[in-house]
Design a protein around this ligand. Sequence first.
Ligand SMILES: Nc1ncnc2c1ncn2[C@@H]1O[C@H](COP(=O)(O)OP(=O)(O)O)[C@@H](O)[C@H]1O
Ligand SMILES: [Mg+2]
Length: 247
Amino acid sequence: MAEPLLQVRDLNAWYGAAHVLQGVSLDVGRGEIVALVGRNGAGKTTTVRTIMGLIAKRSGTILFDGIDLMARQTYERFGLGLGYVPEERRIVPGLTVRENLMLGLLAARRGMAGEAEAINAVAMRFPRLGERLNQEAVTMSGGEQQMLAIARAMLSQPTMILLDEPSEGIMPALVDEMAELFLELKRSGTSLLLIEQNVELALEISDRAYILDQGRLVHEGASAELLADADIRERYCGLITESHDGA
Ligand SMILES: Nc1ncnc2c1ncn2[C@@H]1O[C@H](COP(=O)(O)OP(=O)(O)O)[C@@H](O)[C@H]1O
Ligand SMILES: [Mg+2]
């Protein structure tokens, strides 16, 4: 098997004295969509924040494209080809859609050369953003803001994007559109690590999945197999007990 693009080994993370990640190891291959699922508080966000270098107290190994990330600053990790769509979106108030997109270019150190071209490409791919380039971004719907956060991450042409609950709080039509976008990214060779509270969606579009519970991985496997396992769905994903209340 070819070397995975992302190799995480024995990752541990702490908030103060709380040991919230306890030996997490996972791989994401080139062009693969990998889902990371598990209940609230399992440690999913902490895992991607640690991969991005945003958790101070941590140990373990993270290799990305053969490079040891632990020794790198967060901005360097962006420059190496990692894209990140955080849980809280980070759409900047007071800035227009275009200005928010420009932050994505800055993060990638692409500078402003080719800026117009890059923004045009976004406007073509995301017509609703294209129509609103000069509108203040926070006046858009939650779903449009989420699409903006994803488009912004894509602007740096990352080889891998970490997505933390991208479908949270957005309407079903946009969730379908987002799922289509993820598959399109995969076809273009981009790898995705997808955290989703919509476990069904995550398992449907991913190749493989890891289930995290209380800071430890409790299952990994082909997504289709996990999706078919009613016991796993009920025990770790809250699929049966929580997620079908129309939320
Ligand atoms: N900034 C923080 N300070 C202290 N504890 C935190 C902080 N963020 C998260 N935690 C705790 O760490 C654990 C993992 O949280 P998190 O990674 O956000 O889980 P998930 O994304 O799976 O819901 C939880 O017990 C949570 O309460
Ligand atoms: Mg989270």
